[in-house]
Design a protein around this ligand. Structure first.
Ligand SMILES: [Zn+2]
Length: 138
């Protein structure tokens, strides 16, 4: 993740936060794993709590995958769990990523105790914040 991408996400979303950065990371991972075309070759279904801060991840996903609310290729389905499903619409390959409850709680704790900027840094640097549940691509 370079600084430019973080700045672009912050400019779009209005502030930097751990869930925004989480969305960036998931989207980048999926785009590359599926070798999908940014903007038009990907569909994203986000299952997450439907209010900030967790829902801030939807904006990170929009910036990183280019799937947008206006193009109707990203949608939010309210859920207590965080699970994101990606489809490469050219090949029909798909990938499902899950953020374990423990990681979700960790991010909320960082946000509370360290503030937005530092919590965002932690999310950038920490391994294993999410796992591949299933995917056609191996
Ligand atoms: Zn936010």
């Amino acid at each position: 993740m370079d600084e430019r991408e973080l700045e672009a996400a912050k400019a779009f979303h209005g502030h930097l936060g751990p869930f925004l950065v989480l969305g960036l990371r998931l989207g980048k991972f999926a785009l590359s794993a599926l070798r999908a075309r940014k903007h038009f070759g990907i569909k994203v279904t986000v299952h997450c709590p439907p209010q900030p801060p967790p829902s801030c991840m939807v904006d990170g996903l929009q910036v990183s995958t280019g799937a947008t609310y206006g193009k109707r290729n990203i949608e939010l389905i309210p859920s207590d769990e965080i699970v994101v499903r990606f489809v490469n619409t050219d090949t029909n390959e798909h990938l499902t990523l899950r953020v374990p409850e423990s990681a979700k709680e960790q991010m909320a704790t960082w946000l509370r105790e360290l503030g937005e900027e530092e919590a965002s840094r932690r999310v950038l640097e920490t391994e294993n914040l999410f796992e591949v549940v299933e995917g056609a691509h191996s």
